[in-house]
Ligand binder design. Structure first.
Ligand code: FEO
Length: 396
């Protein structure tokens, strides 16, 4: 169902309340998502982005109720990952000659995905498209978060169609940021940033500075996922600048997995040492097998330091910790400290291996970690508490 945003702009996307995972199973979407597509009717008619493949027929069918497809003069593909380009093939069967405005990388990606020689018009930053009383200006945003990503600015209505940037995997029928639970909204926004945009933070800062330098008025930020930023729309731009600047809170996150609870007991003893030494620090514990990996990543994003605990199995690591270490390596966190811990019975390689992987992931490892043979007794528990105490001092 379409929703009118301004006299000229109508939302024609899809709210996906059922979505539980995104990027295959790599990203949990407990609050669903939306694929936002927008129809602009000025002297010319423009469609910005489409929706994910499973909803392609529904999208085109709904669009036909809104407009005769032949009246669409231009399609703008701000970004061509399948959650936004997925309905293009279905649409282009109906209007095969309609020009598709996208970056040069966008054209390559669309050809690579759909193997069609559509009427691509490639654009660069500063190129414009006159559509009547409004002008659309294109701003390339490579690696935010794909090489093809771009944003489109609409004069008159002062709308920034930002695509993935500033988005959230958050299903809502309310459409606007001031009409939803803001705790949920910002939790989903920071989760999105932490899990998708962290590696590209330096591009985020540069691109925002570039866009701000244009001094364009922004009344609405129309993202491709989640809410439209309408109430104080630039608040999310300010948040992005904060998040992109090696973000951290006064938080230490302890992530562990455990087979027979020894490593869990270690985690809890270390946590008590930290909190008794510095009650101001937020300490959170997560079992990597039980807690959601993307929520853990979000907590790591918020942390000044992490401790990662893993027992030794088969001379190595439990898969949950191994997988999480691979994720954090790819996310390229900056300015975070770390250490490892873990229980063992005989060979006990895990702490050394976790330490090495934390270093590879770019964390500043602050000590050699701590190991416990079998199950911590009272003396060992005291040592672990003392380790937590010394850790606070090492963190300064
Ligand atoms: Fe929402 Fe990068 O696609």
């Amino acid at each position: 169902m379409s929703k009118k945003i301004t006299d000229k702009v109508t939302w024609v996307g899809k709210v996906d309340w059922e979505l539980t995972t995104f990027h295959g199973h790599e990203y949990s979407t407990f609050k669903g998502s939306s694929y936002n597509s927008y129809l602009i009717r000025d002297e010319k008619t423009v469609l910005i982005d489409t929706v994910w493949v499973p909803y392609d027929k529904e999208f085109v069918s709904n669009l036909k109720k809104e407009i005769d497809l032949k009246q669409i003069d231009y399609i703008i593909a701000n970004h061509n990952e399948v959650d936004h380009s997925g309905a293009l093939a279905e649409l282009m069967r109906e209007i095969p000659d309609t020009p598709i405005y996208c970056t040069a990388n966008g054209a390559k990606i669309l050809k690579g995905h759909y193997h069609q020689d559509w009427n691509f018009v490639t654009v660069k930053t500063g190129d414009t498209l006159d559509i009547g009383s409004s002008t659309l200006t294109f701003v390339e945003a490579p690696m935010l978060h794909w090489p093809d990503s771009m944003m489109t600015y609409m004069s008159g209505d002062n709308i920034l169609f930002s695509n993935d940037a500033f988005g959230q995997h958050y299903a809502t029928e309310s459409l606007y940021n001031d009409k939803v639970d803001n705790c949920e909204l910002f939790q989903e926004a920071i989760k999105y940033y932490a899990n998708i945009l962290t590696p590209f933070s330096r591009f985020v800062t540069k691109k925002i500075e570039e866009v701000l330098s244009f001094n364009l008025p922004v009344d609405l930020i129309c993202t491709s996922h989640g809410v439209i930023w309408k109430d104080n729309p630039t608040q999310i731009i300010e948040k992005y600048l904060e998040w992109a600047n090696n973000y951290q809170e006064n938080q230490i996150t302890i992530i562990y997995d455990t087979m027979w609870n020894s490593t869990r007991k270690m985690a809890e003893a270390i946590a008590s040492g930290i909190t008794k030494t510095d009650p101001s620090v937020t300490v959170k514990l997560y079992n990597a097998s039980l807690d959601d990996k993307n929520d853990i990543i979000t907590e790591i994003f918020k942390s000044k330091a992490i401790l990662m605990g893993c027992p030794t199995i088969n001379n190595g690591l439990l898969h949950s910790i191994g997988g999480l270490l691979e994720m954090i390596k790819g996310l390229k966190f900056k300015n975070k400290k770390a250490a490892a811990f873990g229980s063992y019975g005989w060979s006990g390689e895990s702490v050394k291996q976790v330490t090495e992987k934390l270093k590879e992931a770019g964390f500043e490892v602050i000590n050699d970690g701590i190991r416990t043979l079998w199950v911590p007794d009272a003396d060992e528990t005291t040592k672990l508490i003392d380790y937590g105490v010394s850790l606070v001092r090492q963190l300064g």
